[in-house]
Every structure is written in structure tokens, then in C-alpha cells.
Ligand binder design. Structure first.
Ligand SMILES: NC(=O)c1ccc[n+]([C@@H]2O[C@H](COP(=O)([O-])OP(=O)(O)OC[C@H]3O[C@@H](n4cnc5c(N)ncnc54)[C@H](O)[C@@H]3O)[C@@H](O)[C@H]2O)c1
Length: 341
């Protein structure tokens, strides 16, 4: 059993603690939050000691792992303090408020030899697993573009609405989608363009962000995060030179991916007879094939705490390598620089 503590009782209480207490390989050993009332209620509910000072908790309770779900500005001090005390770290996204802080965390991980992994939930989602299966199947040919859009109407007013707290849609949600698309593209961002706007949020940080990246394996990654949109389509588009797959939202029933593609053998044959730039006559009837890919019923296809156990206890490769997360932090910095917001 991994003796595990949780710092921060927002996402910590709503997601991590229920996962920990329902997992056979984890034991919830302590919790910390500066909010005394929240702490008291959670302490009683889960019958664990509660601390208003996370450092005192890490000094007092013998721990294998600490889950850090405090506000982003505390990610660096909390995770550095944990690793300095010989405790491994499972850290909420974004890794830190800045690339510089993220590098400090990384340096301490290297120096102390303690393990660290950042929680990137989108890698575990059923939609992602389905999209990855389509891309890996090769039916789309050479993949050249992936588009992912989320839109909703939401006036953010919490600490996440302010730049000084590392807030804003780019940091909060960009850290999900940048990681997701680089993971699916299996590439590194060589060029990054970004536009940020604040439309509804009460603070000074952005709530609309558009990111365009090009990877070293020549894939354009297009991310649109709009928190001031009255329509809210959940858009997935996967483009290859032999076909396209999109997430379809039927009037009734659950969403699924539909791929429309050309059979590779047909495309090669056509090229033999028409060795020009466009192997098919513009007027030709393309023999499109259609294949639907189911998206699993649960939001999560992968249990992240199984992945934590494999990495933190069984010494297997991390599901989210920390070097991948540093690349996300680098893209976030380039987005801020490019948007000049
Ligand atoms: N993975 C996801 O999908 C996801 C979703 C939401 C939030 N997050 C991330 O989780 C982190 C927390 O966000 P949230 O939405 O839960 O925020 P929140 O404000 O709901 O909760 C944060 C909690 O931390 C406590 N806290 C503040 N300062 C503290 C300190 N110094 N020591 C201990 N506790 C402290 C607060 O009292 C609060 O209870 C952020 O980094 C955020 O980006 C991730």
C-alpha cells in the first residue's frame, strides 16, 4: 500500500481522495488545506489527520506519496518540499505557474531521485483512447492536422481568473489540450502561435485562447478554448492524406468517431495510372469508405491511480513522463510571449 497524503481540498476532495480510498493499493494517510472548516469536515468523513500546514504534515506523517492539488502558485513550493523530504509527488496540472518554476521542480526531481508525475486526465479519457486508436490504425494515411475545440459560456471569478495566481484559460485548460495533442501527434512543437482574450471572466486573465502549433513531424495542432460561446460543440477532427475522422454527436445516443477514408491499395493503384500531382480525376467518384469507432461509456477509459501504482510502486515507465510536461510548460510560455496578452 502506498501511504498517500493530499494537499488542497478542491480537486483533491472531489477527485483524488475518492480515487485513493477506493483503490486497494493506496492508503489515505493525511490531508492538508488552509481552510479549517473544509479540513475538519473531510478529516471526519475520511477519518484521517488533517493539517492546515502542508509542510508540518509532510514532516510529521510517514508518506510514500503526496498528491498536490493546491492552487497552481503552490505547486513548486509544495512539490519541492515533498521531494526534499523523500516523498514522491503526483501533481495537478499545470505543473507550475511558470516554465522557470517547472524547471526548478525538475531539477529537484533529478537531484533527489524522487519520482514526479503530473496528472493529465485527458490522456485517460475514452474519447482520447478512441482518437488514438484511429490515428494508430493508419487508415487516415499520413496525419497532417488535429483540431480540438471546447466551447462553453462561463464567467470565471475564482483565483483562476487572475494572472497573479497563474490563472487563465491558457494555463488552466491549455495545459490539458497542449499535452493531449502533442501526445497524440507524438511530436514536439517547433512553432507556436497564440491569441488570448478576456471576455467574461472577472479577473485580468484570459478566458478565450486559440493555439496553433506545428510539430517536428509536420502536424498542425489547432486548439480552440472559448469560454464565452453560446454554442458548445465538443470538436475533434483528425486529418490524414487518405481520410478524416470527426467526433459525431447524434441527436440521440452517445457520440462516436466516424472516419471517411480511401483504401490505401486503391490510392496506390490510382497513382500508378495517374502519376500527376492529383492522382484522381477531379470529377472522379472517390470510393470513400466509412468506419465508425465507438467511444467508451465511461468518461475515463484508464484508471490513473493504476498508472500511479505502476510508476510510483512498480518502477514502470511513467504514464505521463515529466519531460513531456516540461514541453507543455515551454509551449505555454511561448503562447504567452506570442499573444503578448
Ligand atoms: N485535472 C483537472 O481536471 C483539474 C480540474 C480542476 C483543477 N485542477 C488543478 O487543481 C489545482 C487546484 O484547483 P481547484 O480547482 O481544486 O481549486 P480550489 O480553489 O477548488 O481548491 C484548492 C484548495 O486548496 C486550498 N489551499 C489554498 N492554499 C493552500 C495552501 N497553501 N496549502 C494547502 N491548501 C491550500 C484551498 O483552501 C482550496 O480548498 C489547480 O492547480 C488546478 O489547475 C485540475
Amino acid at each position: 500500500m502506498l501511504k498517500t497524503a493530499v494537499i488542497g481540498l478542491g480537486m483533491g476532495l472531489n477527485f483524488h481522495i475518492p480515487q485513493i480510498v477506493s483503490h486497494k493499493k493506496f492508503e489515505l494517510a493525511a490531508i492538508a488545506d488552509v481552510d479549517e472548516e473544509k479540513l475538519r469536515i473531510a478529516s471526519e468523513k475520511y477519518n484521517v489527520p488533517g493539517y492546515t500546514d502542508a509542510y508540518e504534515m509532510m514532516d510529521t506523517v510517514p508518506l510514500d506519496l503526496v498528491v498536490i492539488a493546491s492552487p497552481t502558485q503552490f505547486h513548486a513550493p509544495h512539490s519541492i518540499a515533498a521531494m526534499e523530504r523523500g516523498i514522491d509527488v503526483f501533481l495537478e496540472k499545470p505543473m507550475a505557474s511558470t516554465l522557470e518554476e517547472a524547471k526548478e521542480i525538475y531539477d529537484v526531481h533529478i537531484r533527489t531521485g524522487r519520482k514526479i508525475m503530473v496528472y493529465q486526465p485527458h490522456r485517460t479519457f475514452s474519447e482520447t483512447v478512441a482518437a488514438k486508436a484511429i490515428l494508430d490504425s493508419g487508415i487516415l494515411g499520413r496525419v497532417y492536422r488535429i483540431t480540438r475545440s471546447i466551447r462553453t459560456y462561463f464567467k470565471r471569478s475564482s483565483w483562476q481568473a487572475y494572472k497573479k495566481n497563474g490563472g487563465g484559460t491558457l494555463n488552466n485548460h491549455g495545459s490539458h489540450y497542449i499535452d493531449l495533442l502533442l501526445y497524440l501527434a507524438k511530436g514536439n512543437a517547433v512553432s507556436v502561435k497564440c491569441e488570448l482574450q478576456r471576455i467574461l471572466a472577472t479577473g485580468d486573465a484570459d478566458d478565450c485562447a486559440r493555439i496553433l502549433m506545428k510539430t517536428d513531424n509536420d502536424i498542425v495542432l489547432d486548439i480552440d478554448m472559448n469560454f464565452a460561446s453560446a454554442f458548445n460543440p465538443n470538436v475533434w477532427e483528425l486529418y490524414g492524406d487518405l481520410g478524416t475522422a470527426v467526433l459525431v454527436h447524434p441527436e440521440s445516443g452517445k457520440p462516436f468517431f466516424r472516419a471517411r477514408y480511401l483504401d490505401l491499395k486503391f490510392a496506390l493503384e490510382a497513382q500508378k495510372y495517374y502519376p500527376c500531382t492529383n492522382p484522381l480525376n477531379d470529377n472522379a467518384e472517390y470510393p470513400w469508405m466509412i468506419k465508425d469507432f465507438e467511444v467508451g461509456d465511461n468518461r475515463y477509459a484508464i484508471n490513473i491511480y493504476d498508472k500511479c501504482y505502476e510508476y510510483f510502486k512498480l518502477n514502470q515507465e511513467p504514464f505521463v513522463p515529466i519531460t513531456d510536461t516540461l514541453k507543455v510548460m515551454d509551449v505555454l510560455k511561448r503562447c504567452h510571449a506570442d499573444s503578448m496578452f
